[in-house]
Design a protein around this ligand. Structure first.
Ligand SMILES: [Fe+2]
Length: 335
């Protein structure tokens, strides 16, 4: 997938200098960090080109032009530490003392007006999390392994789900080819009849919680019964796992098969996230995947690191969940 915009080195460096000045630690006090980034905006320090690029992405999302965008050559920290695959999060807290990449993701979220979301039961409630291979999840269907991932939404089984995901390449080898796939919900709809869509809108389906969620919260094993299709083209679906709930009519099985066929046939985009690439995509109005196309050095590929944020569509979407906020921190849900 072609970048929507590639920053020149001059633009990247100008933005880096602004972000570097945000003197707060997002892992100690997220609200203070977020306010410090807002202050940078309020003081008019954000280079005009970046405000314009974010405005264009926001407009394309609102107009239904595209729900997947790539920015290239984004600022990240000058020093990106190697993380211990046994416990990368503790190692990150110990080693990563600058927060340029985090400030970049926060600024992006503010300028496209999509408030961030975090889950209190994972990553200590952090708003900036790491897509890295963790040794104990090796070979499992979770973003925290180095495996391929079938088409899915993040946190399919959970009650509060992100509208958008941002992935920022922190360490991505040029010589291993790992692609993030995206299929827009509208492309899926084009391959489903009215009748099939109507059945997919019934709460006849269940999705088991992923292994990482079960580890973080032992009460989480399987979702409530849910529709696969919601809103205009939101899909709640984890391929190979979402299935028909017991006692559902036969037509639900046929609709699930139609869904699987639609997923194979629908147009998709694929993007290889490079170091410094931001890939921002819809989490509910589309599905995403991870494909390992060509791994030339498995050990090097396992060291891949993406910094990730979850976001709500807009302020009013966030406000609908305000009853879920933990300890009064907007966006941090007690799930
Ligand atoms: Fe995912």
């Amino acid at each position: 997938m072609k970048p929507f915009y590639a920053l020149s080195d001059h633009e990247r460096d100008a933005l880096y200098r602004v972000l570097e000045s945000v003197g707060k630690n997002p892992f100690e006090d997220y609200p203070a960090f977020s306010r410090a980034v807002a202050d940078v905006v309020d003081r008019g320090e954000v280079p005009a080109f970046f405000t314009q690029v974010c405005g264009r992405i926001r407009a394309e999302r609102e107009a239904g032009v595209s729900d997947a965008h790539v920015l290239r050559n984004c600022p990240i920290d000058a020093h990106v530490p190697d993380l211990d695959p046994d416990d990368p999060i503790a190692d990150k807290y110990a080693k990563k003392k600058t927060f340029v990449a985090e400030a970049f993701l926060e600024l992006f979220a503010q300028l496209v007006a999509t408030p961030l979301l975090a889950y209190a039961t994972r990553f200590n409630g952090d708003f900036f999390t790491d897509v890295v291979a963790i040794n104990r999840y090796s070979g499992m269907q979770t973003g925290f392994s180095d495996s391929e991932l079938v088409f899915h939404n993040d946190r399919t089984a959970h009650a509060v789900r992100a509208d958008f995901i941002s992935l920022l390449g922190m360490r991505c080898s040029d010589a291993d080819f790992i692609y993030t796939g995206f299929v827009d919900g509208r492309s899926l709809l084009a391959h489903l009849s009215e009748e099939q869509q109507a059945v997919l809108r019934q709460p006849c389906f269940i999705t088991p919680f992923d292994v990482f969620s079960r580890d973080s919260n032992s009460r989480q094993t399987v979702s409530e019964r849910h529709p696969i299709l919601e809103n205009h083209h939101s899909f709640r679906y984890l391929d190979t796992c979402t299935t028909v709930a017991e006692g559902s009519p036969e037509e639900a099985v046929r609709a699930l098969l139609a869904m699987k066929n639609a997923l194979v046939r629908a147009d998709k985009v694929r993007h290889r996230i490079l170091t410094g690439d931001l890939f921002a995509l819809a989490n509910q109005d589309g599905l995403h995947s991870r494909e390992k196309m060509e791994i030339n050095d498995p050990a090097r590929a396992r060291r891949r690191w993406l910094l990730k944020t979850y976001a709500f569509r807009d302020q009013s979407a966030a406000d609908r969940y305000s009853g879920h906020w933990l300890d009064g921190v907007p966006g941090r849900v007690a799930d």
